[in-house]
Ligand binder design. Structure first.
Ligand SMILES: NC(=O)c1ccc[n+]([C@@H]2O[C@H](COP(=O)([O-])OP(=O)(O)OC[C@H]3O[C@@H](n4cnc5c(N)ncnc54)[C@H](O)[C@@H]3O)[C@@H](O)[C@H]2O)c1
Length: 257
């Protein structure tokens, strides 16, 4: 890989690829295009069929199982990375889950179990990843998670994921403050709506897409490549003085009343 590429010689862990529509896939392509070497995770054997060809496309030398609900799997991923590479330069957390009944109801009515599971998989796991990544980021690094505007404003049908993403963005700021002295930067990426498998769990998602396109100053929806290219740039040295932010990649939607 050419040393002229800004991520040449860098190694990153990419979680959250389910298929070629996944935001994590847009990011993986962009990290690879800038010269990075990738470790890619897949949820389970069923997902492996879809993820394996994509991992091959970005020449990922490591393809590892990761279901955050299974004890020890996240630790095993980091153990493998430590054994194979001994260091890590960036981590992408692109994972969210909420039980359907809770997601489709009012926040007021959500169950304790559903709320805690959504927090566990979608937020707490990012903090766990930061802890496991810290000792491997001896030369500094960048941690990314994926958020959404529904953390800041009440977005119809986003429901319980709103408070979960708000916690994720706040965790991003605290992690950035704590890990910054070691040269580890932390960002929440906040893309506009994208038609992915996770998005299919949100009611009336097509109306959300229409609204996003009509209201965004760019009058366009974002693609996974738009999100990936901006995210990959944030992993480069050119972005070395940026940390702790929620970065909107939404055609400017969030500035409009
Ligand atoms: N699609 C959108 O409109 C949109 C907008 C803003 C933010 N996001 C966020 O982007 C991220 C990625 O979602 P996406 O839209 O690309 O959908 P996606 O369905 O392609 O990705 C979600 C990923 O989460 C993984 N996942 C779920 N439960 C898991 C578990 N227990 N262990 C490990 N992995 C698990 C799935 O396997 C999948 O790869 C999520 O955090 C989502 O909230 C999505």
């Amino acid at each position: 890989m050419s040393a002229l590429l800004p991520l040449a010689g860098k190694r990153g862990l990419v979680t959250g690829i389910a298929n070629a529509d996944s935001i994590a896939w847009g990011c993986a392509k962009a990290f690879h295009a800038l010269g990075a070497e990738l470790a890619v995770t897949y949820l389970n054997d069923k997902a492996l069929r879809h993820v394996e060809p994509l991992a091959r496309q970005v020449e990922a030398p490591l393809l590892l199982p990761l279901d955050l609900m299974r004890d020890g799997e996240l630790e095993a991923v980091f153990d493998t990375v430590a054994n194979e590479w001994g260091q890590l330069d960036f981590v992408l957390h692109s994972i969210a889950f909420a039980p359907r009944d809770d997601l489709h109801g009012r926040v007021t009515d959500c169950s304790r179990a559903g709320f805690l599971q959504a927090m566990d998989v979608s937020c707490w796991s990012f903090i766990r990843m930061a802890k496991l990544a810290e000792p491997l980021m001896r030369n500094g690094g960048t941690l990314f998670c994926m958020s959404y505007y529904g953390s800041q404003m009440v977005v119809e049908h986003y429901n319980m994921m709103g408070p979960v993403k708000a916690a994720l963005e706040s965790a991003t700021r605290y992690l950035a403050a704590e890990l910054g002295p070691q040269g580890i930067r932390v960002h929440a990426i906040s893309p506009g709506p994208l038609k992915t498998r996770a998005a299919s769990g949100i009611a009336e998602f097509d109306a959300l897409l229409d609204r996003a396109q009509a209201k965004a100053p760019t009058r366009s929806l974002v693609s996974i490549d738009d999100v990936g290219e901006a995210t990959a740039w944030l992993a480069t040295d050119a972005a070395r003085r940026m940390t702790g932010q929620t970065i909107y990649i939404d055609g400017g939607y969030h500035i409009i009343d």
